[in-house]
Write a protein that binds this ligand. Structure first.
Ligand SMILES: Nc1ncnc2c1ncn2[C@@H]1O[C@H](COP(=O)(O)OP(=O)(O)OP(=O)(O)O)[C@@H](O)[C@H]1O
Ligand SMILES: [Mg+2]
Length: 465
């Protein structure tokens, strides 16, 4: 492959070039992904042979070939050969040699996600308008997840006693208006459970808004959750917060123990008074929202460590749903495996070999159900036949015992101790979490999360306490 062709392969834009006859000469990876076709199904063939629904007039490439006039930034929404709906922005240019047109080139950019986001914002503003809110939604809101297709209780897979109990709790609490606290390690299905509660409740048609409290600095989080008002601070705009946006529905505050304690107090007042005051506003506005919080450590532990206010804890934990790590409910693994094989198998019947199942049952899944799902999804990508063998699954899952002589447990605790020492050293050197994160070269949120796992307090809260 020439250097130029290699560049075309890694480009995120789809590139499709035809010669003067309309026969494809270049068709890069991105283009093939958009169309859902393999390059060999397109290369060397005439456009109309590959896309029979097009004609000489409707195909942009053939049109530009004929007219020599470029067609710039045309938006196109189509269902590709794999049944996926995609929106692209296409520009098509003639390729000329002197006065002769010797080909045409189409460059397309996938804007499916941008379009979805824009539509969500539009939907939301529609919803707000219909509720007689005058404000326009702000840009920051796009960062929160506001989606319409939610998991339901039937999506929660598991037959262990504890998961059956979780499903029962979900159904019961959905009928009430109680606030809820869900906790469990990463990937145990917290968001799945939260969405299932929302969709089984009488709030299902109202908004579901999710926000991760660890993802934003304090100032932004406050404005986002409670809203802002002109005059609140320089440059502030009149904007409803997530509490207002979720009104009538459910607000999911993920990693609520990362929310600064001052904001937790403010949130508690909103829960008690059912009214919210935007930052800088004099007016209080009524809100009717079910708040579901989640933590990755047992909530009582978060209270003990001073990360979660006890009064907020008691308000939220009217119902407390704990999701055990996958290693503590191995009887769910075979069921989850078949579920994910079906979900990601594209209609093919695929099974796992006994060796793989036994590796799945022995591995301790620090990333829990998400890690299992990724292991299966990843192995399907390489699979030629219809059985997943040990070679297809990630080496860590397969087990590293044989090659190192150390057992898995001892490696993990070695790494864990090493990580703890490194974090403590970086905190000592840096003096603050942000500095320590810089020293370690990881995002601040990641560091905070790792600190929580190791029970390390931030230097700031030590000063306070
Ligand atoms: N019991 C389950 N049945 C089916 N799918 C599950 C189950 N638990 C988790 N999953 C799947 O695993 C993935 C991770 O779940 P989810 O996002 O709910 O985890 P989480 O606890 O919110 O994780 P994190 O703390 O990292 O945000 C999702 O794709 C979800 O559908
Ligand atoms: Mg989550």
């Amino acid at each position: 492959m020439t250097a130029l062709l290699k560049v075309l392969e890694v480009a995120t834009e789809g590139i499709h070039v035809v010669d003067e006859h309309g026969v494809t000469v270049v068709y890069n990876k991105a283009a093939s992904e958009f169309d859902g076709l393999l390059p060999e199904e397109v290369l060397g063939k005439h456009i109309l042979e590959v896309f029979p629904s097009l004609s000489h007039d409707s195909s942009t490439l053939l049109r530009v070939l004929k007219t020599g006039v470029p067609e710039i930034a045309k938006q196109q929404t189509f269902t590709n050969y794999k049944g996926k709906t995609i929106t692209t922005i296409n520009s098509t240019y003639p390729i000329t040699d002197g006065d002769t047109i010797i080909g045409a080139c189409e460059i397309s950019t996938d804007i499916t996600r941008i379009k979805e986001m824009a539509e969500r914002i539009a939907d939301l503003s529609q919803e707000l308008r219909s509720k007689e809110h005058a404000e326009k939604p702000g840009v920051t809101r796009a960062k929160s997840k506001i989606s319409r297709k939610f998991f339901t209780v039937d999506d929660i897979v598991g037959q262990s006693a504890v998961m059956r109990d979780v499903k029962r709790q979900v159904v019961q609490v959905a009928r009430t208006q109680s606030n809820v606290l869900v906790w469990g390690e990463t990937g145990t299905g917290k968001e799945l459970v939260v969405q299932a509660i929302h969709s089984a409740s009488d709030r299902a048609d109202a908004p579901f808004v999710a926000q991760n409290c660890a993802a934003l600095p304090e100032g932004l989080l406050e404005g986002l959750v409670f809203g802002t008002s002109k005059g609140g601070f320089t440059g502030a705009q009149d904007r409803p917060g997530l509490l207002e946006l979720a009104s009538g529905g459910t607000l999911y505050l993920d990693e609520i123990d990362s929310m600064p304690l001052g904001l937790q107090a403010k949130l508690l007042r909103v829960i008690q008074d059912k009214r919210v005051r935007r930052i800088g506003d004099v007016r209080e506005r009524p809100v009717d929202v079910r708040i579901i919080g989640s933590t990755s450590m047992p909530p009582r532990q978060a209270v003990e460590q001073g990360l979660l206010r006890p009064d907020l804890y008691f308000r939220l934990a009217v119902v407390e749903i704990g999701l055990p790590p996958l290693r503590k409910r191995q009887e769910d693994i075979p069921l989850l495996v078949s579920h994910f094989l079906r979900k990601h198998g594209r209609g093919k019947t695929i099974s796992v070999s006994p060796e793989v199942m036994s590796a799945f049952l022995t591995y301790d899944w620090p990333g829990n159900v998400r890690e299992l799902e990724h292991a299966i999804e990843g192995s399907l990508a390489f699979l030629k036949g219809d059985t997943i063998e040990p070679a297809h699954i990630p080496p860590t899952v397969r087990g590293i015992t044989a090659t190192t002589g150390l057992n898995k447990g001892s490696i993990r605790s070695l790494l864990k101790n090493h990580e703890k020492t490194a974090i403590e050293e970086a905190l000592r050197q840096g003096g603050s979490v942000s500095q320590a994160a810089r020293i370690l070269g990881i995002p601040r949120q990641t560091l905070q999360y790792r600190m929580k796992i190791h029970g390390i307090k931030s230097p700031r809260s030590r000063d306070k306490g």
